[in-house]
Design a protein around this ligand. Structure first.
Ligand code: ZN
Ligand code: ZN
Length: 497
């Protein structure tokens, strides 16, 4: 028995290295390889394999499913080989070379090279190479390295055949007997296939010019300055005199979304919790707060607190939404989520990704799709967005923890009753002008972020009286809304220069 195990082990290891040597060198820095292991699927990069392959392989046999037939050697692989050979693993190294690796490259390359996938009418959908086959969809990678998915029901017959073949081979490889080595260190969760990584890349990728993203296997990180590309503020009729200024959602203050959402044993409703901070992150890197504000009862949308895009600014002059930013749908594309809840589950717009209407959603605005994955939807009425967390989140101080902190420059302001924001123009570079009417008279705030990070405000009242105030950047503070602290006077009562 021990001998058989040893043999199999050797063959498995030989398979691994054979495939590494023969197929993976070309794209080794990309997501290009699918591992099957006894307890799940792994999609990882060759970088990850290099770093973690040795940690991974003792946990059980693994087989590389997706070679792409290209056999260019890389220096890295050669080096790896040398290290193996000269560190006493020469048996493995020799076995790797001796093994006929082409078996796998021939057997598992269905769809793995770039091809144009077509819909049922034969029209091209997109060019891509097949990465993963799910029950109802396939995941592809295009020439530029973007990951995207296509519903299998939308595929042309010929494409179906390719998918079926790939499935067959995958099943075959997974049903072959696999030995266990008794080492049960477990597989790092970071190596298991994230059900949402591709979606996140799609959605946040639509705003690649203004966001920075990366992932560490557990979280997808989004860095943003908190300023959306669309206009802001117009339409607000209940205003706290805050205006949008850039936010330091970068580095260790970046947004983070779990790559492996976990169903909570006790899902928490946003009706009773999370009145502070964000509960979701929109695809453009703008946080989405609970539609109910911090008093625990006011619906920000019906109260007139939100602009035409569903947002407004918090105490740190931090712009955020309180309802689903469905206007992003046309930018991310109808098949992609417009946001992700901070428990990791995607938030789609008013419709399903295939365009059909939404049915059977729970009180959190979510449901389980035909693939068994959970997602939320936008709705036109409360809760508008995820009405809580189906998945696990940590809560601290009334908000999801951890999450970035906003960075204000000035004390929070008070509501300016009767004010209505009528116009907002400008840019971060040139400064902004916000116009509002109060008691039938026009006022404006002109402000600009200076090179040193301080913000200069010009408040112009109905009599064209000007008040100038400049604020240095403060430490990161609380964004959003929070009650209880004395706030500054309304603008009208301020002393003028
Ligand atoms: Zn749905
Ligand atoms: Zn708010």
């Amino acid at each position: 028995m021990a001998v058989r195990h040893a043999q199999r082990r050797l063959i498995h290891i030989a398979n691994i290295f054979c495939n590494l040597f023969h197929q993976c060198c070309v794209n080794y820095a990309k997501v290009d390889t699918i591992f099957r292991i006894p307890n799940g699927t792994v999609v990882t990069t060759l970088n990850t394999i290099f770093l973690s392959g040795f940690a991974l392989y003792p946990t059980g046999p693994m087989r590389i499913v997706k070679p792409d037939g290209n056999s260019q050697f890389s220096i890295v692989m050669k080096t790896l080989f040398r290290i193996l050979y000269f560190t006493g693993l020469n048996v493995i190294a020799v076995a790797a070379v001796a093994h006929d690796g082409h078996l796998h490259s021939e057997s598992f390359n269905e769809g793995s090279s770039l091809r144009i996938w077509r819909n049922t009418a034969g029209k091209p959908i997109e060019e891509g190479s097949l990465l993963v086959v799910h029950d109802h969809s396939i995941v592809l990678e295009n020439r530029g390295g973007d990951i995207f998915s296509i519903e299998r029901s939308n595929l042309a017959k010929t494409d179906h055949a390719i998918v079926a073949k790939r499935l067959e081979k995958t099943q075959q490889i997974n049903t072959q007997p696999i030995s266990k080595f008794g080492v049960t260190a477990g597989v790092d969760v970071s190596l298991q296939l994230s059900p949402t990584l591709g979606l996140m890349k799609n959605s946040f990728g639509a705003f690649a010019s203004k966001l920075k993203t990366h992932s560490d296997g557990r979280y997808f990180f989004v860095e943003s300055n908190g300023i959306p590309d669309h206009r802001m503020m117009v339409g607000i009729t209940a205003w706290q005199q805050q205006v949008p200024i850039p936010q330091p959602y970068t580095g260790d203050n970046a947004w983070q979304i779990p790559l492996h959402p976990l169903k909570a044993s006790h899902p928490m409703s946003a009706k009773k919790n999370f009145f502070r901070g964000a509960i979701a992150l929109a695809a453009n890197g703008i946080p989405i707060f609970n539609p109910i504000k911090n008093d625990g009862r006011t619906d920000t949308f019906t109260a007139g607190e939100l602009d035409q895009w569903g947002g407004h600014c918090g105490r740190a002059d931090d712009y955020h939404y309180h309802i689903a930013p469905t206007h992003l749908q046309s930018i991310v594309g109808k098949v992609n989520p417009i946001a992700f809840a901070l428990d990791g589950y995607p938030i789609y717009g008013f419709n399903e990704p295939d365009g059909s209407s939404v049915s059977g959603i729970d009180p959190f605005n979510g449901h389980t799709d035909k693939n068994g994955g959970y997602h939320y939807h936008a709705t036109r009425t409360y809760p508008y967005i995820n009405g809580g967390f189906y998945g696990e989140v940590s809560e601290a101080g009334g908000q999801v923890h951890p999450q970035p902190r906003a960075g204000g420059v000035r004390p929070a302001s008070r509501p300016l009753r009767g004010a209505r924001i009528t116009d907002f123009n400008g840019s971060l570079k040139d400064g902004y002008r916000l116009k509002y009417s109060l008691n039938g008279q026009g006022h404006s705030i002109n402000y600009k972020v200076l090179d040193n990070g301080s913000v200069r405000f010009h408040f112009v009242d109905a009599n064209r009286q000007l008040t100038e105030e400049t604020y240095e950047p403060r430490h990161r503070g609380d964004g959003g809304e929070r009650g209880g602290r004395e706030r500054r006077s309304p603008r009208g009562r301020r002393q003028r220069n």
